[in-house]
Design a protein around this ligand. Structure first.
Ligand code: ADE
Length: 228
């Protein structure tokens, strides 16, 4: 998979992609992440990429030309499965969307800034609009990082234990059950006996029950369409 990210703040994207799972995935050649500075196509000496909105409302808007030039350059080089714009008025990201994106080959992500990007770029180029939640960030960069992380960890081979991503919260519309590790007794707080029993079919049943209980208590909305 290849992910191209267009931003006015490329420096914000350096460290999240230089550590842990997202770094390992790139080192293993399972994903290529390319960050593009929109100012490369900015106007004039100061490489302007924004302007005041028509209609006299507050804030600044990323202008058409630099974005159009950058997107055109990238789409001439390869075909994209999706051109994603990170925006609070997009579809809210969930595990189903992350699963779908993880099966794609080439994704482009556009980070908005200030008041967002000119609507015409959305109309001309964008195929998916994604929000990471009902709150407004100062730009789409953190959205792109979160979306990329949610996708990359699902690519086969990225997480060592192949089954690990499948047992995450939400993969079954269920939250994950509690997890414990050594020691089995910490200051009198004991690990449930069943987990020490070695009876794996029973352990599986118990974990499923715990996941259902936790989901009922914390996120009953997830159980509404359910098969549990
Ligand atoms: N940009 C600003 N706020 C955002 C959000 N909630 N999700 C995605 N991109 C954004």
């Amino acid at each position: 998979m290849r992910i191209d990210i267009i931003t006015v703040l490329p420096e914000l994207l350096v460290s999240p992609f230089s550590a842990s799972i997202m770094k390992r995935a790139q080192d293993k050649g399972l994903v290529e992440v390319c960050v593009h500075d929109l100012r490369e196509f900015g106007k004039g000496r100061y490489r302007h990429v924004d302007d005041a909105p028509y209609g006299g409302t507050a804030g600044m808007v990323l202008t058409c030309e630099p974005l159009d030039k950058m997107i055109s350059k990238l789409t001439e080089e390869r075909t994209y499965d999706d051109i994603i714009y990170l925006t609070p008025d997009g579809i809210t990201l969930n595990q189903t969307l992350a699963n779908e994106f993880s099966m794609k080959g080439n994704l482009m992500m556009i980070c908005g800034h200030y008041k967002g990007i000119d609507q015409r770029i959305r109309d001309m180029w964008v195929t998916k609009e994604i929000s990471i939640g009902d709150y407004v960030l100062s730009g789409g960069e953190f959205g792109a990082i979160i979306l990329a992380d949610a996708i990359i960890r699902l690519i086969p081979g990225v997480i060592g234990d192949e089954t690990s991503a499948l047992s995450d919260s939400f993969q079954d519309n269920l939250l994950a059950p509690p997890v414990y590790t050594r020691p089995s007794d910490y200051k009198g707080h004991k690990v449930p006996d069943i987990l020490l029993s070695g009876n794996f079919p029973k352990i599986e049943d118990w974990l499923h029950e715990q996941a259902v209980e936790r989901t009922k208590a914390r996120r009953p909305d997830l159980l509404n369409n359910d098969k549990h």
